[in-house]
Design a protein around this ligand. Structure first.
Ligand code: F6R
Ligand code: MG
Ligand code: MG
Length: 374
């Protein structure tokens, strides 16, 4: 059976700043999806990561389906009404356009969806990150799908022996999608050359080179490219199928033990490590640290199991401690150097405005001396 897995995620308001949505807001979205989604979807799961609510639905309508996208958009509009009633911060923040038009892509919410031929048993992982951008997934995906140091299946399992095909998007390019397809292991150095630049080149999808099946899909939208101005970080989502001809669940999770530095945190403008946390975890220190949740599921005939919370295991407490340490260490240097993102990635205009004023106050010492003496 062909099943479509669709995740659509947005921040439409949160408590106490950018911490987490209110229970009333989450319940409104759940209620909306269960009523309005009834004729469209086979199953659904609603959860949050920091201040973002994810609507995850299964159906048979294929990717980019008008009605499914419109239902999710309307659910977020209904949620925004609750957020406004409750005076939540940033009500409707990620709904960047006034009305739904055909497809939710480009309207603000993050979208990751994949149509699959269900295997007899179909395990997969649903990741959602807050306070960061889609480049945060570059390193974990490279390590899980192309590096036997993290994914021993690449050398142990004949089902993965030919490696994987990476589809990488140039997210700085606006208008038409600009993508490149590269094979691991042959093009490993080319893949690494692109993926080192997390703000420009982003993994969009990965395919098995043994079966041709799609293994992963990632939301690639950059909010500042849509809005042309600061509207919050992109807070990406991704789906990764696991086991058999794909990396094992543990191989996909392993790179998140690094707590690698990503773009995000306070005002979307800093370099902070990514912290794996339990489902429905709020945001905190320095409007961060950037969070990642992982709900593991199986799906059969479109019906989902309950989620297993992949980062709730005690092992991850140790990783969280390490990430907290790394966060405090880089925060010690405040705005200096690597701690704050480069000019092109700053999500507020203050620095540019100040530099424009300061520019007029610079002078050439030689000319000034000549003017004074002459
Ligand atoms: C929101 C975010 C936050 C805000 C910060 C200031 O996604 O990253 O760090 O940028 O809380 O928010 P404003 O400018 O709305 O007061
Ligand atoms: Mg927010
Ligand atoms: Mg968010």
């Amino acid at each position: 059976m062909k099943t479509t897995l669709t995740i659509i995620k947005a921040d439409v308001g949160s408590i106490g700043g950018h911490i987490c949505p209110s229970a009333q807001l989450v319940n409104r979205i759940k209620e909306f999806v269960s009523n309005e989604g009834r004729r469209l979807v086979l199953d659904s799961y609603i959860g949050f990561t920091g201040d973002d609510i994810a609507i995850f639905v299964t159906h048979t309508r294929g990717v980019g389906d008008h009605d499914v996208h419109e239902m999710a958009w309307n659910a977020f509009v209904a949620g925004t009404a609750v957020a406004k009633e409750q005076g939540l911060y940033g009500a409707g923040q990620d709904l960047l356009k006034d009305a739904f038009s055909g497809n939710i892509r480009g309207l603000g919410p993050a979208v990751a969806e994949m149509e699959i031929d269900e295997r007899p048993n179909e395990p997969f992982l649903f990741f959602a990150a807050d306070k960061t951008d889609p480049g945060a997934f570059n390193l974990p995906l490279y390590l899980a799908f192309a590096d036997p140091m993290y994914c021993p299946g690449l050398i142990l399992s004949p089902k993965m022996g030919k490696g994987f095909r990476f589809v990488i998007m140039d997210v700085e390019h606006t208008g038409e999608d600009r993508v490149i397809e590269l094979n691991a292991p042959e093009n490993l150095y080319d893949i690494a050359t692109l993926l080192r630049d997390n703000e420009r080149f982003v993994v969009e999808a990965i395919y098995s080179r043994v079966t041709g099946e799609q293994a992963a899909v990632i939301s690639t939208s950059r909010l500042h490219n849509i809005a042309g101005t600061y509207t919050g970080k992109d807070d990406p989502v991704m789906l990764v199928r696991t086991q058999s001809s794909f990396p094992a669940t543990g191989e996909v999770l392993a790179p998140f033990g690094i707590g690698h530095f990503v773009a995000g945190g306070m005002r979307g403008s800093h370099t902070v490590p990514l912290m794996p946390v339990a489902l429905n975890c709020p945001t905190s220190y320095f409007d961060g640290p950037p969070l990642i949740t992982c709900a593991a599921f199986c799906v059969h005939n479109g019906k989902l199991t309950e989620p297993a919370d992949a980062f709730s295991h005690p092992f991850w407490n140790h990783v969280r401690d390490k990430v907290a340490r790394k966060t405090l260490e880089i925060r010690e240097q405040g705005f200096s150097g690597a701690a704050m993102l480069p000019m092109s990635e700053l999500e507020y205009t203050g620095v540019v405005e100040k530099l424009n004023v300061l520019e007029t106050q610079f002078y050439l010492r030689k000319e000034k001396l000549a003017a004074v003496s002459g």
